[in-house]
Design a binder for this molecule. Structure first.
Ligand code: HEM
Length: 396
């Protein structure tokens, strides 16, 4: 809509009936949607109101999360993603993470209900369960949780617990591009990972070996560690070094993908490492922030799963869930098994300190740094400002 069209639209609205707060927000419907089953049976359990309101608040926020994730997936589904859209996507992922932080806290409100308070109405809920939250499944699927990676219960897929129309929505989310997939494609296209004549990965391998040699030397020099412990520490350094096979050998990486240990492609995984190593370079700051926020979202979902399982433990002990699962034990198992972005967390294994990093050729640093071509006076001024800033940070 152009500015003129918008002004005409706003003007025309002024002649309409003025908007009213309650009707704009649909509050009659929203607030009129709390119907405790216990009330309808003539003996209202006080805490059922809180139980329903809490779940409804969750569903409203899930809807917002889906809205944000959909736009982020759309951004990365394009064959080229302008840098400013990476920032837009990062801002939206940050919003998702803030909502998740709120959702995490909401559990503690529900925990003001005692197990006895819950028992007053719990049996009335059978067989309904949070397991049937369509929007929660859509969020999981949009992130990239695959149905064959899910813990199964009841020998059937999770869709069989849903009404047909909800199963169709979940299935559609399963079949649509996921955040993991579109990010993977975008990462595969990261420039700078293969740097022409400069074989970055050969230099990085040398940096890793140098770091391992330093670690071995400092173990040997440590007089407070006995021979048996030294042997163990040397073995630890060697096994850390062995994990790099996956990074430097594409076939070893492919085998890890086959074993289900890795979800990112080899090219995408290497791109993430490069971005992490040089995250402070201006051109990589946006991508690095985005990857940090994806980790935040994965972590906050895992924390929610964990805290929800603890809450279920305190409410139900070892009883079965209303949806028919083993309750606490099932939920606890999902905490580890249903993570989507573990690869992004494992990346830290492959990082070496700044001091060990191979110096990049000047022209590459130039491109990473958005360096402007200024006149000679301005270039000299910019160079001395940069040197002063570096000296100040060294002093600090
Ligand atoms: C007293 C509070 C709660 C109890 C006792 C409880 C119990 C359970 C149990 C036992 C399950 C496993 C499925 C089953 O057998 O029923 C489950 C799953 C689930 N619950 Fe809750 N829940 C509570 C509150 C909540 C809240 C506030 C939400 C927010 C939407 C929620 C969302 C979910 C979701 C999404 C699942 C599926 C998790 C998965 O399959 O990974 N629950 N809940």
């Amino acid at each position: 809509m152009t500015r003129e069209e918008r002004m005409r639209f706003v003007h025309s609205r002024k002649s309409d009936k003025p908007l009213y707060y309650g009707s704009y927000l649909g509050l009659d419907r929203v607030l009129g949607s709390v119907h405790p089953v216990s009330r309808s049976l003539g003996k209202e359990a006080h805490d059922e109101h809180l139980f329903i309101s809490t779940h409804q608040a969750y569903e409203i926020w899930f809807q917002q999360i889906i809205h944000e994730l959909r736009s982020v997936i759309d951004i990365f589904a394009f064959p080229t993603v302008p840098a400013k859209l990476v920032i837009v996507a990062a801002d939206r992922m940050e919003r998702v993470s803030k909502i998740q932080a709120l959702l995490l806290q909401q559990l503690s409100i529900l925990e003001t209900m005692s197990p006895m308070g819950f028992l007053e109405f719990r049996d009335l809920l059978f067989p309904a369960s949070g397991f049937q939250s369509t929007q929660f499944r859509v969020v999981e699927n949009m992130l990239g949780l695959k149905s064959d990676s899910r813990i199964r219960y009841g020998k059937t897929g999770y869709c069989s617990f849903l009404a047909d129309k909800d199963a169709a929505i979940v299935k559609e989310a399963e079949d649509s591009p996921t955040l993991l997939e579109v990010l993977n494609m975008w990462l595969e296209r990261t420039p700078f990972v293969e740097l022409g004549d400069f074989d970055f990965w050969a230099h990085y391998r040398e940096a890793v070996n140098a770091h391992a040699r330093m670690d071995h030397a400092s173990i040997d020099a440590n007089e407070s560690v006995g021979p048996a412990n030294k042997l163990k520490l040397h073995e630890d350094v060697d096994s850390w070094l062995a994990t790099f096979d996956q990074l430097f050998d594409e076939e070893a990486y492919a085998a890890a993908v086959k074993r289900g240990e890795r979800r990112l492609s080899y090219a995408a995984f290497k791109a993430v490492i490069f971005i992490e190593l040089y995250a402070e370079e201006p051109i990589l700051q946006g991508p690095a922030r985005l990857l940090k926020l994806v980790r935040d979202v994965d972590e906050l979902l895992t924390l929610w799963r964990h805290n929800h399982s603890l809450m279920v433990h305190r409410m139900l002990g070892a009883k079965m869930g209303t949806g028919g699962s083993s309750g606490f034990h099932y939920l606890k198992a999902t905490t580890g098994k249903h993570r989507v972005f573990s690869d992004l967390f494992d990346i830290a294994t492959y990082l070496v300190p700044d001091a060990n990093l191979p110096p990049l050729p000047h022209d590459i640093m130039h491109r990473l740094g958005y360096v402007l071509e200024l006149g000679s006076d301005a270039s000299a001024a910019a160079a001395s400002a940069a040197a002063a800033a570096e000296a100040a940070s060294a002093d600090a």
